[in-house]
Write a protein that binds this ligand. Structure first.
Ligand code: ADP
Ligand code: CIR
Length: 522
């Protein structure tokens, strides 16, 4: 009886102080007090994991909502949204609620919410509310505190969701509907088409990422414009992996051979690099060997959200940092801006530099301000290279002629360790290293050989089928979406998530060893 009396007394007190809140929510305090009893007091308004991670120890305090200058990309059937405007959310219901102000931008509203819901502020309110029974039942007070915290968290989450859901403008929705209808009617083999069911589409089309305001269109426009995509989606900013998880998760699981949404990528582990030998000691099959990984600079979003000033700032950071490398890594940074066309073409032809005008990246809005902020660093004999601001902020590459995978991988690990001492990179507990394309998450490792397997390759479908058995991917001589020239194929590990760096490279080592055995036996 006594406890019941306390409870109803407490409800009245709380109603007095949070009248606006309970009035709007119509929540039964007793029920929620019990439901929330087991929950620890958490930081209110949790940000998505990706953001949490990206803001850990970062040099810039918080990724600013950027409104890049608009520079249209011309050749895209589905018009890209070059800059993602951070629109002002329409008033959240009810307008008078102290939880959010209708005029705040998404980031500042998160900051406001955090402030509003900070444990100190809450404690103060609860102290006032609890004055009449200061010497009363401590458990009851705890229950009330837990319950109120729970309500506030849930309500603030709903407020944020409501705002995100009403921010996508009509023109974007119209492009999405049109693009979706065309994709659905096409014979595209992309993972986008496979997993963008009507239900997923309808659930995601009104969402936006909180900090950069990226929409579903920003995520899928490359695949909508290019029905021949293998995958078809990119993450315009790290938050997209969380906000659009209903689409990213099944695509990630499919591409990376079963990495489930409940799985966690293992910590970085290069393993014992000396265990890898030469794949082709007699130089019969392997022309060259390359291992690369991707990295994103902490505190910066991915290509579609970067301003020209940020591109230049990143290039300056990267080039000055790399200029401090010594020994086999010592080299020079060459900006793309001002590079002679013939020099650029030679670097591309020799497989050292990224190609220009990739239509998949262009349609993803990833080539704005080109060639600003783009460049390449390499040592004298071009066995260690770093690409700056192509698809990812950094691509760190080790390559050389022949099949000595051990030497190539050893050089890569040395380079990555040295660079990681100098530059903080974006990493997520679940997804591993964060990259623009979901196919590169996790280890980000692609270990490849340029190889001639004339008997196996007489039937390309057969080569792809056999390679697939060993989790290998076959590409053309000039990389992804190109043809083989002179019978030379680029064969690499396909999956990069859910296994360590060592295991990813070993997958290529074991698979290529088997393919060579099969070729010899034919
Ligand atoms: P990435 O490897 O960065 O995903 P691409 O598939 O576009 O990107 O390949 C980039 C470049 O690397 C291309 O010029 C390609 O020919 C070259 N390349 C890939 N593997 C090898 C290799 N084993 N030897 C030489 N060049 C390679
Ligand atoms: C595509 O979907 O084909 C392009 N957006 C490239 C995807 C990356 N491909 C890959 O296999 N790593």
């Amino acid at each position: 009886m006594f406890a019941l009396w306390y409870l109803s007394f407490a409800i009245d007190e709380i109603r007095k102080h949070f009248g606006w809140f309970f009035g709007n929510l119509n929540i039964k305090l007793g029920k929620n007090a019990i439901e929330n009893k087991e929950q620890p007091l958490q930081q209110p308004q949790q940000q998505p994991a990706a953001i949490n991670k990206i803001t850990d120890n970062k040099p810039v305090p918080e990724p600013k909502p950027v409104k890049p200058e608009i520079k249209p990309v011309t050749s895209t059937p589905v018009a890209p949204t070059p800059a993602k405007p951070i629109e002002k959310p329409a008033p959240a219901t009810p307008p008078s609620t102290p939880i959010s102000s209708p005029s705040v931008k998404p980031t500042s509203s998160i900051a406001t919410l955090k402030k509003e819901l900070a444990t100190d502020a809450l404690d103060k309110k609860l102290q006032e509310a609890g004055k009449p029974f200061q010497n009363g039942n401590e458990n009851l007070k705890d229950n009330l505190k837990d319950a109120t915290t729970g309500f506030l968290q849930k309500e603030s989450q709903k407020q944020t969701e409501r705002k995100l859901n009403i921010m996508v403008d009509a023109a974007v929705i119209a492009k999405l509907e049109e693009g979706y209808a065309k994709l659905a009617a096409s014979d595209s083999k992309s993972l986008l088409k496979k997993y963008l069911t009507k239900e997923v589409f309808d659930n995601l089309k009104n969402k936006k990422t909180p900090t950069f305001g990226s929409s579903l269109l920003d995520v899928i426009q490359s695949g909508l414009a290019n029905h021949d995509s293998g995958v078809g989606i990119y993450a315009p900013d790290a938050e997209a992996y969380t906000v659009f998880a209903d689409l990213f998760d099944p695509i990630i699981e499919d591409y990376h051979g079963g990495f489930k949404k409940t799985d966690k990528h293992p910590p970085k582990d290069f393993g014992d690099v000396s265990t890898f030998g030469n794949l082709d000691p007699n130089n019969e099959f392997v022309i060259s060997t390359r291992v690369r990984c991707g990295r994103s600079l902490e505190g910066y979003p991915f290509n579609p959200c970067l301003t020209e000033a940020q591109y230049k700032e990143m290039e300056a950071k990267v080039s000055s940092t790399l200029s401090g490398l010594e020994g086999e890594l010592k080299g020079k940074f060459y900006p793309l801006t001002g590079m002679e066309k013939s020099v650029q073409q030679q670097l591309i032809d020799d497989h050292f530099l990224f190609k220009e005008g990739d239509r998949f990246l262009q349609a993803a809005n990833a080539c704005r301000y080109w060639p600003s902020g783009r460049g390449i660093y390499h040592n004298d004999n071009k066995t260690f290279l770093v690409w700056c601001n192509e698809e990812d902020h950094l691509r760190i590459i080790s390559m050389q002629m022949g099949g000595d995978l051990g030497e190539v991988f050893r050089r890569l690990t040395n380079a990555v360790n040295e660079i990681e001492k100098r530059i903080p990179f974006s990493h997520d507990d679940r997804l591993g290293f964060l990259t623009f394309c979901p196919t590169n998450l996790g280890t980000t490792i692609r270990a490849s050989v340029h190889i001639k397997l004339p008997k196996l390759a007489a039937n390309l479908a057969k080569l792809e089928e056999v390679a697939g058995k060993y989790n290998l991917q076959v590409r053309g001589t000039r990389g992804e979406h190109t043809e083989a020239e002179g019978g030379i194929y680029d064969i690499s590990n396909k999956r990069r998530m859910g296994l360590t760096e060592y295991q990813a490279v070993k997958e290529m080592y074991d698979g290529i060893t088997e393919l060579i055995k099969i070729e010899k036996s034919m």
